[in-house]
Design a protein around this ligand. Sequence first.
Ligand SMILES: Cc1cc2nc3c(=O)[nH]c(=O)nc-3n(C[C@H](O)[C@H](O)[C@H](O)COP(=O)(O)O)c2cc1C
Length: 190
Amino acid sequence: MVTSDRASAPARSGSVARGPGLAEAGTELPTAARFRASSRLWPTGVAVLTTKDATGAPHGTTVNSLTTISLDPPLLLVSLGSSSRALEHISDTRVFALNVLSRDQEPLAQNFAQPGRRGGADAFAEIPTEAGSRTGCLLLTDSIGYFECGAQRIEAVADHCLVIGAVLSCGDLQTAPPLVFANAAFRQLR
Ligand SMILES: Cc1cc2nc3c(=O)[nH]c(=O)nc-3n(C[C@H](O)[C@H](O)[C@H](O)COP(=O)(O)O)c2cc1C
């Protein structure tokens, strides 16, 4: 005899609906809180974006908005809040780099997200770095990979700016698994 447990099976652990689900979805636009809660479900990698200011001093910021756009030519984008200091520096110098973090580099991600953190070269004092050959932006040598970019376009969209980067060089550095950000927390791939 063939039986089916579809109708009576309880929801599998980890798949229980936590939000309003479909029933309450009306015609109103979602609130900021609702949008944030839904956005958190999308897992991403984590990178430290490095750039330099008009005097050449380095600057770092944690980002997870990295998206590749095109393979030929190689283009990517990051979305930066309009008040981001990194955005101000990229607007001045038109160069940046993205350092893709490994699962062991969560402290760096935490550090470069702090609003009141040390700036300039001091911020990198205890971190192994090398100046990228194409941009001069700092590359974190313990990260798993990097992209050096020239800022091709900077487009203001609502409260963020989309920074489109022409990739000038990129490479792998370490073989460790990536750091993951999902549901508002840093996570490690198993
Ligand atoms: C995991 C994570 C990802 C983040 N991603 C972004 C991002 O993509 N764009 C952004 O503007 N801020 C992002 N932030 C917040 C910035 O890192 C934070 O606001 C930082 O202080 C901005 O520094 P700045 O003003 O020197 O650029 C992220 C923070 C965390 C913890």
